[in-house]
Design a protein around this ligand. Structure first.
Ligand code: SF4
Length: 387
């Protein structure tokens, strides 16, 4: 079956989901409310990875809506993405990198997605006119790389991706392209069943520019033989494969799980690159965010179990002011360092904040040592499903 046909078999309604998973009528009604705001779509493959007997199964948590999504604390744009839009479909936050939102579609709509405001929903934030996006990149010679993101760019038809890559390959000052995709984890059949996709990627690499696919595996059970084969074929096409994961409550917030994920990635030839602190996104924060202090110790304990290759990843927070690495805890303080900064004078800035129980984002900490950030997450009202 062609991958497009397979995608049409995705589970998209609570009614259908309830034929796979046990649900009370009241729960179904609430989940319908959630799904009416943020769509659900689960591939049959990803569904097959779930333990249907376990309501707390980590794979299930990532794809199946929950009542926690009715909690509206947080914000829909925690990293100031809209502030960095230069033309619709392109953000320019750090001088060397342009971020392109190529689509708002994905194979699976992850419940923890930080772009929840746009995935599967009508939006003006994705690329409409490729010419505008390429024109902006051509006009800005400081841009050395483009990160193609979304949604999931590998959901696009192969011909469209090819056109996009062709346009970018003609921009002299670009040194490499990155494609961010969770498809190897949620729908590897997209890669396995379409040899023409691999030919397109292979041609691009042979054209002289380096191509990276940044995968998004969050749990070792996502590293199936199919996922491994998809990664292998990408690598055979000359693509360099790195992984970004997100630290998620109830999914990978245990040292042994995290260590198994990072070790498993290295075994498959994938470089563990970033581990992101989950952002305080509306309908995500309460369900998935891990406190910074706890997150730090989980990461440290996981690293103690790993060899040098597997512990190359950095634990970072993609903050409005830059990419902030969480580097240590000593006494009552937590220490940070700007890995990337919007304000160039903050590049490399090392600073500390006094630890505060429950703090899960830089804005939750009092200003100490470095600059002070006063924006705070909104309080967390619990919105019950009533009526
Ligand atoms: S595939 Fe990526 S963009 Fe799409 S819902 Fe999941 S995390 Fe968000």
């Amino acid at each position: 079956m062609a991958w497009q046909e397979e995608l049409k078999r995705n589970v998209t309604t609570v009614e259908e989901l309830s034929t796979y998973l046990d649900m009370e009528e009241e729960e179904k009604r609430c989940l319908e409310e959630v799904v009416s705001r943020h769509p659900m779509s689960i591939t049959r493959y990803y569904l097959s990875l779930m333990d249907r007997e376990d309501p707390h199964d980590p794979i299930r948590r990532m794809a199946v809506p929950s009542l926690e999504e009715l909690d509206l604390s947080g914000s829909y744009d925690t990293s100031g993405e809209l502030e960095n839009v230069k033309v619709w479909g392109l953000q320019h936050k750090y001088s060397q990198t342009a971020l392109v939102l190529a689509t708002n579609q994905c194979a699976v709509y992850c419940r923890f997605c930080f772009r929840k405001r746009l995935v599967g929903l009508p939006t003006r934030e994705v690329t409409r006119r490729l010419g505008d996006v390429v024109g902006y990149v051509k006009a800005h010679r400081e841009i050395t790389n483009v990160l193609v993101s979304g949604g999931d760019p590998l959901i696009l038809p192969t011909g469209l991706l090819e056109g996009f890559l062709k346009e970018l390959s003609g921009v002299d000052h670009l040194r490499y392209i990155r494609i961010g995709s969770r498809i190897p984890a949620t729908f590897p059949q997209r890669i396995l069943d379409d040899p023409s996709l691999l030919e397109v990627l292979d041609r691009f690499v042979r054209g002289g520019k380096r191509l990276y696919v940044v995968t998004h595996f969050n749990h070792p059970r996502e590293l199936t033989p199919e996922a491994g084969e998809a990664v292998e074929r990408l690598m055979r096409a000359g693509v360099v494969v790195n992984n970004q994961a997100v630290l998620l409550k109830g999914v990978n917030d245990h040292p042994s799980t995290l260590a198994a994920l990072m070790g498993g990635l290295v075994e498959k030839g994938v470089v563990p690159y970033y581990l992101f602190q989950c952002r305080p996104v509306k309908r995500v924060k309460t369900a998935f965010q891990v406190d910074l202090e706890e997150g730090y110790w989980v990461v440290e304990e996981a690293k103690r179990r790993l060899d040098g290759l597997a512990k190359r990843f950095r634990y970072v927070m993609s903050h409005r002011t830059g990419k902030v690495e969480i580097v240590g805890i000593h006494g009552n303080y937590i220490y940070f360092k700007y890995h990337q900064a919007v304000n160039p004078s903050h590049g490399g800035l090392f600073f500390r904040r006094r630890l505060r129980p429950g703090a899960a984002w830089l804005d939750d900490l009092e200003g100490f040592g470095g600059r002070s950030f006063s924006r705070r997450s909104s309080p967390a009202p619990s919105i019950p499903c009533v009526g």
